[in-house]
Design a protein around this ligand. Structure first.
Ligand SMILES: [Zn+2]
Length: 294
């Protein structure tokens, strides 16, 4: 196994330390909760009204990773991205979709209605405070249906802000070779564990990763395209999918950097985007008088 270069380690350590740093006179913190009220005003201006809402979860992550793994990792990526391209980062948020892990210890599964209401009120409050462009940075695969649905339903009623969803984006060209099957490397497996080894190595218990099986139990036989909610439990009842034991810092280094740079690209694209809000406003105006729509 090739070791990550000293330079790449130095860059990561530096960016990690910077992400934890409090506001200094030299610059504004990217952490919403670390800013004073007056500095918050400056921060929103510097961010060009662009804010990040990193979205994690509390759920079991195999036998070897912490319950808050997705929250810790997504915040690591989002905070480092915001350091590179300034944006205000909302505090810890983990009120997402995780019913499928309710049989495991430590899962926090809020009701469906509350998930949507919390998220709506959170983005409404962010926007009321000047975040007119909100990027929800998803860190949890169980939110993959919730978040596009949430963004889609922003068309229900007029808003003076735009919600964007940044999906999980950790792999890319030039990626180091994986040691396990990528098709079932879905939860606390090689990829995710590798990223955790970069974000919070102190919380990764690699020696425990083989204590349970992360194999696909494939207990449901249904045609492709036919969905049912118990699919995940049918395949991975241990809430473990893949092989965490073969994780490496080399893969983690690559995937973390890929993820951070995807978020940086999205922040830049969102800052430059003048069309979404204009089109939303046009749409909302026309939706009041559909018979007049040309
Ligand atoms: Zn996870």
């Amino acid at each position: 196994m090739r070791k990550p270069s000293l330079l790449s380690i130095a860059v990561l350590v530096a960016s990690s330390a910077a992400a934890q740093a409090p506001a200094t006179q030299a610059g504004l913190s990217v952490h919403w909760e670390e800013l004073t009220a007056a500095d918050f005003r400056s921060a929103i201006a510097r961010a060009q009204s662009t804010c990040l809402l990193p979205f994690g979860i509390m759920e079991k992550h195999g036998p070897h990773l912490p319950l808050g793994n997705d929250l810790l990792n997504v915040r690591f990526a989002a905070l480092n991205a915001a350091q590179q391209e300034y944006a205000v980062v909302f505090p810890e948020y983990y009120f997402g979709q995780i019913f499928e892990a309710k049989h495991e210890p430590g899962t926090v599964a809020y009701s469906r209605g509350l998930q949507l209401q919390m998220l709506q009120e959170t983005t409404d409050e962010m926007a009321r405070n000047g975040c007119k462009k909100i990027i929800i940075v998803n860190g949890h695969g169980g939110n993959n249906s919730l978040l596009p649905f949430f963004a889609q339903t922003q068309l229900e009623a007029p808003h003076d802000y735009v919600v964007y969803v940044q999906g999980l984006a950790r792999s890319g060209p030039g990626e180091p070779k994986h040691k396990s099957n990528p098709a079932t490397d879905m939860h606390a497996g090689e990829s995710e564990t590798s990223v955790s080894m970069i974000a919070r190595p102190d919380l990764v218990h690699l020696d425990r990763a083989s204590q349970e099986s992360g194999a696909d139990q494939a207990r449901l036989k249904l045609p492709e395209g036919l969905y049912t909610g118990i699919w995940w439990y049918a395949r991975f009842p241990n809430h473990y999918a893949g092989e965490g034991a073969v994780a490496s810092k080399e893969l983690g280094d690559f995937e973390t950097k890929t993820w951070i740079s995807a978020i940086v690209q999205s922040i830049r694209a969102v800052k430059a985007d003048q069309e979404s809000l204009r089109l939303q406003n046009e749409f909302f105006e026309r939706s009041k008088h559909p018979l007049n729509t040309p």
